[in-house]
Design a protein around this ligand. Structure first.
Ligand code: CU
Length: 75
C-alpha cells in the first residue's frame, strides 16, 4: 500500500442538475463514499472539484458516481 499522497490529482467537472444545497450535499457525499479526498461544489458555476488518489480512483469513477447520484456530467 504505502502513502498515496504523491499521486493526488485535482480535477474539475461541469455538472448539470445541481440546484440547491441538497444537491451539493448529495454530490459531496457520493464522491466521499467512493474515496475522494476532497470535494468542492460550486452551485453557481455548476462545477465540481475533486481531489483524489490516482492509485485508487479514475476520472471515470468520479463521473460515474456523480451520474449515479442523479446528476448530469457535461464535461
Ligand atoms: Cu437540490
Amino acid at each position: 500500500m504505502g502513502c498515496s499522497c504523491n499521486n493526488n490529482q485535482t480535477i474539475t467537472i461541469n455538472v448539470e442538475g445541481m440546484s440547491c444545497n441538497h444537491c451539493k450535499a448529495a454530490v459531496e457525499n457520493a464522491l466521499k463514499q467512493i474515496g475522494v479526498n476532497k470535494v468542492e461544489v460550486d452551485l453557481a458555476a455548476k462545477k465540481v472539484s475533486a481531489s483524489y488518489s490516482s492509485d485508487k480512483l479514475t476520472l471515470d469513477d468520479i463521473k460515474k458516481s456523480i451520474i449515479d447520484a442523479g446528476y448530469e456530467v457535461v464535461g
